[in-house]
Design a binder for this molecule. Structure first.
Ligand code: SF4
Ligand SMILES: [Zn+2]
Length: 468
């Protein structure tokens, strides 16, 4: 299922065949379309359309091009309309310094007023910028900063991700600007520009930002993707955008569909949240989620928050038996590898893990353990030799080469756990063919030193991955 988070189906380009366009979207797997508005009149049309089609939702708002129409009366009307049950956001609103169809001070006043409406009505905002990123960032920071509920109002207050309260659509900024927005509580969305040869920074950003913060849009009737350039765009072309994003992220189209739909659910409340999983697929690998228990409490971990990875919900309320896991795996040869991983430490369930792994090996499959490296303390013995022949590869979270920082990040006694983790890694290198150690990209972590420790001292493969 795909969600087109930004399509102007109310545009007059669709006057002749609007219902057919929505039907074609559905046939193409685009089950939900969000229709942002540009004017007061268009806001009314968006609501009417959403009333007629169960898969269509409306946003109400005044586009920066139309900001001259943003009188107090019109803004009052937008606020009244926003109470309609089919309205899921305020938009599209923002600043356009490329065309400057309305004077900049007027654009800013109308933008601010509509953010305030969104804050009062607890709705997300859909932001348009063009050559105005700095000013837009300043305005949203100021306006949302005045509302304490902007970030904490998330349905998932414990999440490591701030609750997204809006989207910068057709994002055309830099990777740095995108991360700034993510930290402020925004998602970003991309249209068919990802299929263009000359896409500016868009491809860099789409590849460099974690998928969790990205949504898909067509921006119909504009931004027609390759190979349909030069024709009217419509929501049924969204799979082309999904495919381009999948390629940039090195993920499958399924991964992109699931994750972007979930992000759209978090932002707009449309669609349904995913059910908890004991196994989950990413790329060509199948991951096994044995537990949500962990001996650590990492500051960057979302175990106690939503525990969602790329649209997979890992928040199981009961730990699965080996038989249940084996039944769900089915044929392990259908995957590149079976990975014991999740929001929890797999060696807490060592016996179940070994039983499943032994079965996978018996079927001719490959296995990997992702661990914090504390399995020997957890199980009060050296468990590494027990994994010979059942676990093909081990990945240990190094987190930091500095013991004090390590303890602070994992909220553990570093004098006990840091040396234990290092010893576990050394022991793994002695017994297991493929051993890697990972650090997450957090400010202040000495990645050079980590690399040296892992490669020269321990003899494992060094892996660095982004925090969010
Ligand atoms: S070790 Fe892993 S599962 Fe445990 S708290 Fe840290 S990141 Fe989360
Ligand atoms: Zn738009």
């Amino acid at each position: 299922m795909l969600i087109d988070t930004h399509a102007h189906v109310t545009a007059r380009e669709f006057d002749a065949d609007r219902d057919a366009v929505i039907g074609r979207a559905r046939e193409a797997g685009v089950e939900i379309v969000i229709n942002p508005a540009t004017t007061l009149k268009d806001s009314r049309r968006a609501i009417e359309l959403a009333e007629r089609h169960p898969g269509v939702y409306a946003c109400v708002g005044i586009h920066p091009h139309e900001a001259a129409g943003g009188t107090d009366e019109a803004l009052g009307e937008i606020e009244r309309m926003s109470a309609h049950p089919r309205v899921v956001g305020i938009g599209e609103i923002g600043l356009d310094h490329h065309y400057d169809f309305a004077p900049r001070d007027v654009q800013e006043r109308v933008f601010r007023a509509q953010i305030q409406i969104a804050c009062r009505r607890d709705l997300p905002i859909v932001v348009h910028t063009r050559e105005s990123m700095d000013d837009a960032l300043r305005v949203v920071t100021e306006e949302t900063g005045l509302h304490a509920g902007w970030r904490s109002h998330s349905a998932y207050p414990q999440s490591r991700y701030p609750g997204p309260r809006g989207v910068f659509h057709c994002f055309a900024g830099t990777v740095d600007e995108a991360w700034t927005l993510v930290r402020l509580g925004f998602a970003i969305s991309f249209p068919g520009i990802l299929t263009f040869k000359n896409a500016g920074d868009a491809k860099l950003v789409a590849a460099g930002i974690s998928l969790e913060h990205i949504m898909l849009e067509t921006d119909s009737p504009y931004m027609t993707p390759v190979p349909h350039r030069g024709t009217r765009n419509e929501p049924s072309r969204l799979p082309l955008v999904a495919a381009a994003l999948a390629q940039l992220q090195g993920l499958s189209i399924d991964d992109v569909a699931r994750s972007t739909s979930y992000t759209a659910h978090r932002v707009f409340g449309v669609g349904a949240p995913p059910q908890p999983r004991i196994t989950y697929r990413l790329r060509e690998s199948l991951y096994v989620n044995l537990t949500t228990r962990c001996n650590a409490d990492c500051v960057f971990c979302d175990r106690k928050g939503e525990a969602i990875i790329k649209g997979h919900n890992l928040k199981i309320d009961r730990e699965p038996t080996a038989a249940e896991v084996i039944a769900e795996i089915g044929d392990p040869n259908a995957y590149r590898e079976i990975v014991f991983c999740g929001y929890g430490e797999p060696t807490i369930r060592l016996e179940v893990m070994k039983e499943v792994a032994r079965w996978v090996k018996g079927q001719g499959g490959r296995t990997r353990l992702n661990t914090d490296g504390h399995g020997n303390i957890i199980n009060r013995r050296n468990i590494v030799p027990e994994m010979v022949g059942v676990i093909d590869a081990i990945s240990v979270s190094l987190n930091s080469p500095d013991p004090v920082q390590y303890g602070a990040l994992m909220r553990l006694d570093h004098t006990v756990y840091f040396p234990a983790m290092i010893e576990f890694a050394r022991e793994a290198v002695r017994h297991i063919k493929s051993v890697s150690m990972t650090v997450v990209d957090i400010d202040g972590i000495d990645c050079e030193r980590a690399k040296e420790l892992v490669e020269k001292d321990i003899g494992a493969v060094f892996v660095q991955r982004p925090l969010f």
